[in-house]
Design a binder for this molecule. Structure first.
Ligand code: KMH
Ligand code: ZN
Length: 288
């Protein structure tokens, strides 16, 4: 099968654009990036602003009282409840955490019973670090999403991760929600580059019927966004992925990144998708 055949088999994105906001991440320090939301209050305020600006999904990493990344289950529970109470966003908890988080803590994230979670399909060099996702861990995490009915988003940092996704689906069957949705995370130092050629190639290799979004780290944010819109994909933006809005100008808020994405999606005649439509697309029940 040619790449073009494979791309044609992937489900077209439809008229609207699913926008995910990833507001915090685990890598930036609050002291260096004051606009980063790290407290629960800051996260809820950010979530409300991003929802109003057009986001439908929030990809959540949380911080402790010291503003450092944590996977503390009590805090995760509080976060899921607070976001559900204050917005209609789909709450997607990160199971990637920080590169230092042990597998057991990453698996335990699902005990907070989020709507959705990230599930990275392979190990990748991550700047000076390594983001570890061996096959045994991927399978264990996937089995837990199936058992708990938590809808996974398959995070793909490299082309080999797509091969692992095919292997996972072949061995373990469809995800909770019944629909495969992927996120191409591009431009990580050590992962696939954030450019249009790579994006088109990656999309051509996705499973038939899958939908996908893309995000470009740092300066690849805009090229990846334009390429994703042109190729019929959805978008992820946020301060997890970029802290610079334009050359020499730090991001002021996550909402301005969502606003820019929604504006570009509108110009592409594919306006931002509502959270309700995103739930339908992804097969995410409304737990509120
Ligand atoms: N913080 C990275 C090491 C995820 O959220 O699932 C992993 C990450 C992926 O951000
Ligand atoms: Zn993340």
């Amino acid at each position: 099968m040619t790449a073009a055949d494979s791309a044609a088999r992937a489900r077209p994105a439809g008229p609207a654009t699913l926008i995910t906001v990833a507001p915090t991440g685990a890598e930036s320090e609050k002291a260096a990036v004051p606009a980063l939301p790290v407290t629960l209050d800051e996260l809820v305020t950010t979530a409300k602003e991003c929802s109003a600006a057009g986001a439908a999904v929030i990809h959540v990493h949380i911080r402790g009282a010291d503003a450092r990344p944590t996977l503390d289950l009590g805090r995760l529970n509080d976060t899921v409840h607070a976001l559900r109470e204050s917005t209609d966003l789909i709450v997607q908890l990160s199971t990637g955490g920080a590169v230092t988080d042990p597998y057991e803590r990453r698996l335990a994230v699902l005990d907070a019973r989020p709507d959705a979670c990230s599930l990275t399909c392979g190990t990748v060099n991550f700047g000076d670090d390594v983001f570890m996702n061996p096959w045994g861990f991927i399978k264990e995490l996937y089995a837990k999403t199936q058992e708990y009915g938590v809808v996974p988003e398959f995070e793909l940092f490299d082309l080999g991760h797509i091969a692992t996704l095919h292997r996972l689906l072949a061995e373990m069957g469809p995800p909770a929600g019944g629909h495969v949705h992927c996120d191409l995370v591009m431009g990580v130092p050590g992962g696939m580059p954030g450019d249009a050629d790579t994006l088109v190639h990656a999309v051509s290799a996705l499973p038939a019927g899958a939908t996908w979004s893309a995000t470009g780290i740092g300066r690849t944010s805009l090229p990846v966004m334009f390429a994703a819109l042109a190729a019929g994909g959805h978008l992820r933006v946020g301060m997890e992925d970029t802290i610079t809005f334009a050359r020499g100008r730090p991001v002021a808020s996550n909402a301005e990144l969502v606003e820019r994405a929604a504006t570009l999606a509108g110009l592409a005649q594919r306006p931002a998708m509502s959270a309700a439509a995103a739930r339908d697309l992804l097969g995410v029940p409304d737990h509120r």
